[in-house]
Each structure stands twice: as structure tokens, then as C-alpha cells.
Design a protein around this ligand. Structure first.
Ligand SMILES: Nc1ccc(Br)nc1
Length: 460
């Protein structure tokens, strides 16, 4: 600001040249509504989060993939009343193609796997951190984009796949300091829910839309869910009441008791097996059975789960499940078992803030190289090149400062550890002077600096 520049001049230092902007700029300077700019300071945190996602994916043998943010709308044509398909950032492009910014990544994954079906060796363990979009009306004031870590296993019908995904979720939480005291993962099975609802007369084609309504329980409450089941799904009131009741089951056995006579046991067996394997895997304390979890995506067919903060202050942190019929919906000639989860970049940051676990990520660099004057600039650049050749990061001071104090100010501002001064006197002896800015030396100046031979710069 003008005041800061004047203040610095008054301190006898060159003002840091800063940008001045008109109070009535000709272009909007804010990002589009519902979207976020990532300035370097904010992006350091975002990149830290992505690196934690990637480290967990790498540790569990997942490969990274990516795809265009732009997809054809047909990929999401599902008639189950999901919010995600009703809020697509969709348009018709200049070729008349009905396209959309992707609202989620799983359909893209399915498209890609089928796109090279012959060459796919199953099981696939793939992950990605795509930006996903929704067109929220501005008055809802919610975000229209987020980055969502996706992890999927394609081609494994065993509940070991879900167990592996849940291991990765817990590992990620632990890697950022979150414990099972902070967060739990609710687990349920749509396969079992389908069996219970079948006994209530809910047919297979009605099941997905009914799940989308059941998934709203936390948001709109039991009465509104019952009303919506009656009004939009045409269910008798007593059936709607029984459905809401079954969501309150506290144990797998309670839910099992609601399955019809002679109902298929597979879903129950899978749930029990998952809890057993989780104990062996060492994360059983993170899991809790919760019959109210059905998730809000139409294509889930089996185990479903969602991460939640035990303080109950935040929305779901992550979620996922099995979707065995999605690839055959897109053209696979047989059912291809699949399961996965999505983990957004927003709620987790709110949780880290609440827990005081946000990392300190100051701007930092190892070296700044400063020429004594314009005449030494070329030699300073040569020195910078030699230090970089040795694998160290160097910020080259582009315009030599008139006062040494200003060079120190610049070095501190960019978080440099060492200043390399390139001056005529030392250069004559093939040397440069390196000062350690983090040295907690005694006040003897000579220890704070070292004259280093040019030939050693590749090894500093
Ligand atoms: N599906 C979706 C996309 C974007 C945001 Br923000 N939230 C959910």
C-alpha cells in the first residue's frame, strides 16, 4: 500500500515495488462465483493435502490416472433423483454436443476402463484427484467446485477390496494427525437394505430412488423422509414408516432380523467379514455399523461407508462403496465388480482447523544469490547455475539492491536459509561469501559466514 511504501522509504530502504490497482478496475478481479483462486500461500496447504493423498495411494499400490474435466452428459443420465445429476454444470458446446463439467469421477473411470477393456489386467487399483463441478444456485452460496481424491478397485468381487479402501482412508487420516477418537467410518450394506426393502414390497427398480430419499435422513429428518417416500416414491405411509424404522437398527443382527424369510445371506456375511478383516488390519476401532448410511449415489450395490467427525459438527468427510453394475450399464458384456471412495478437499480442512492440526507451511528456499552490483550480475548468475547443478534450490536476486540490508530483507521475505554474496573482492580469489541466516551462532560475525570456492558450489 502507499502507506507501507512511505514507511519503508522513511526507514531509508527502497520501497518493495508493489502493484497498485484502481478502485474501479475494468475487469472483475474475483474468481467466478463458487470457485476458488489458489494463491501461493493457500496452495501450499492444498499441495500438502494432495501429497498426503498421493503418499497413501502409493503406499497401498494405487496408480494415478487423470481425464478431461469435460464429459458428455450421457455419462450421468441416471433417473434416481440424485442431487449430483440435477446440478450438473452442463451446456451444449459449439459442435452441438451436450457436455458438462464432470460432477464426479467414477463414471469417467468406468468409461476409461471400458475404453481399453481388452488391455485391462484386473484388478485395477487406480486413484486421481480431479476437480469436480456442480451448478449451485448462487443464493445457496455453496461452492461449485472441489478437488476430490478418488480411489477405486476394479475387478475384485471380494469384500477384501472394500477392506483395502477403508485401510487407505484410515492411513490417510493417521498421516495428517487425525485419530479414531476424532473420526469414525460408518459402514452399511445396500445389498442387505435391498433385502429388507424387498420384504416391504420395494421392487428392484424402485430401490435406487428410495435410497436417494433415505440418504437425506441426516439433512431433512425422519418425518420429511417419510413424506418424500410417500409423495415422490408413491409408497404407502406404513411402508415409509417401516423403512425409516429400519434405518435406526443398531447392529447387523438387528438388520438381519428384518430381512425376509429365506433372504440371501450374502450381504450379511460380507458385512460381518468386513468387520473381521478390519480388526486383522488394525483399524477396527475406526468402524461403526450404521443402518442409516446408504449414500446418495444411485449406482451403489453393496457395502457403503462414510467418514464422519465424532463431534458431529461437520458434513460427511468422505464416502464410497461398491458399484458392481456401473460398467455393465456402460456396455461391459458381464458384470464387472468395482468399489471406490471419494474424499473432498473441503470438510477435511475444516476438521484440521477444528483440531488445530493445520500445518505451518512458510515460503522457503535454500539459497538466494545476490550480486554486489549490476557489474557482478552475470557472475552471480553463473554461481546460481553451479549451485542449482548440485541439486539445490536457488532464488536469483534479479536486481541487485543498493543496500545490504535490503538484500537481507529480501532473503527473509522469501524464507532463504543462505545468502550467497557475489562480490569483486572474493570473486578475484574464485570465492563467494555465504551467510547462514538461520545460524544460532554466538555473536562472532566470522562464524556466520563462509567463503566458498566456486569449484565447491556444486556441493554446498
Ligand atoms: N458433486 C460435487 C461437485 C462439486 C462440489 Br463443490 N460438490 C459436489
Amino acid at each position: 500500500s502507499k502507506a507501507a511504501a512511505a514507511e519503508q522509504r522513511s526507514r531509508g530502504q527502497n520501497a518493495v515495488v508493489s502493484v497498485q490497482c484502481s478502485t474501479t478496475p475494468p475487469v472483475e478481479l474475483e474468481a467466478c462465483s463458487g470457485t476458488r483462486d489458489w494463491y501461493p500461500e493457500e496452495f501450499r496447504l492444498q499441495r500438502w493435502l494432495y501429497e498426503k493423498f498421493r503418499a497413501t495411494a502409493r503406499a497401498t499400490g494405487f496408480e494415478e490416472y487423470d481425464a478431461p474435466v469435460l464429459e458428455r452428459q450421457e455419462l450421468y443420465k441416471r433417473k434416481a433423483g440424485e442431487e449430483i445429476t440435477q446440478q450438473m454444470y452442463a451446456f451444449v458446446d459449439q459442435d452441438g454436443v451436450e457436455v458438462t463439467l464432470r460432477p464426479e469421477m467414477t463414471p469417467t473411470l468406468a468409461r476409461m476402463v471400458l475404453g481399453r477393456a481388452q488391455s485391462m489386467m484386473l484388478p485395477l487399483k487406480w486413484f486421481s484427484i480431479p476437480q469436480c463441478w456442480r451448478f449451485e444456485t448462487t443464493q445457496r452460496g455453496r461452492k461449485r467446485e472441489h478437488y476430490q481424491w478418488n480411489m477405486d478397485i476394479i475387478g475384485c468381487k471380494s469384500v477384501s477390496a472394500e477392506t483395502e479402501l477403508l485401510f487407505a482412508v484410515c492411513e490417510f487420516f493417521k498421516s495428517i494427525g487425525i485419530t479414531s477418537a476424532d473420526v469414525g467410518i460408518k459402514v452399511n450394506s445396500r445389498k442387505v437394505m435391498a433385502s429388507v426393502l424387498d420384504s416391504y414390497g420395494i421392487t428392484a427398480e424402485k430401490f435406487a430412488p428410495v435410497c436417494i430419499v433415505m440418504d437425506k435422513l441426516d439433512k431433512i429428518g425422519a418425518d420429511a423422509v417419510k413424506a418424500e417416500l410417500v409423495d415422490t416414491q408413491g409408497l404407502p405411509a406404513e411402508t415409509a414408516a417401516k423403512i425409516v424404522e429400519c434405518l435406526a437398527c443398531k447392529t447387523v443382527s438387528d438388520l438381519e432380523a428384518l430381512c425376509g424369510e429365506g433372504a440371501d445371506q450374502t450381504g450379511i456375511d460380507e458385512l460381518k467379514r468386513l468387520f473381521e478383516l478390519a480388526e486383522d488390519y488394525g483399524y477396527g476401532d475406526w468402524l461403526i455399523f450404521d443402518a442409516s448410511v446408504v449414500r446418495g449415489l444411485a449406482y451403489y450395490t453393496g457395502i457403503v461407508f462414510e467418514g464422519f467427525d465424532r463431534a458431529g459438527e461437520l458434513r460427511a468427510i468422505c464416502g464410497g462403496g461398491r458399484y458392481d453394475r456401473l460398467l455393465s450399464l456402460y456396455g461391459a458384456v458381464t458384470e464387472v465388480p468395482a468399489c471406490g471412495f471419494g474424499f473432498g478437499d473441503c470438510v477435511i480442512v475444516e476438521l484440521l482447523k477444528d483440531k488445530g492440526l493445520l500445518p505451518e507451511l512458510p515460503k522457503s528456499i535454500e539459497f538466494v544469490v545476490a550480486a554486489f552490483n549490476e557489474g557482478m550480475q552475470g557472475k552471480a548468475m553463473k554461481a546460481a547455475s553451479m549451485i542449482r547443478a548440485g541439486g539445490s534450490d536457488v532464488d536469483m536476486l534479479l536486481e541487485p539492491k543498493k543496500k545490504v540490508a535490503s538484500t537481507f530483507d529480501y532473503a527473509n521475505r522469501i524464507g532463504a536459509r543462505y545468502i550467497v554474496f557475489v562480490a569483486p573482492q572474493e570473486w578475484e580469489n574464485d570465492m563467494v561469501r555465504i551467510k547462514d541466516l538461520r545460524a544460532d551462532y554466538t555473536d562472532k560475525d566470522e562464524e556466520k559466514q563462509l567463503d566458498v570456492k566456486l569449484s565447491d558450489l556444486g556441493r554446498v
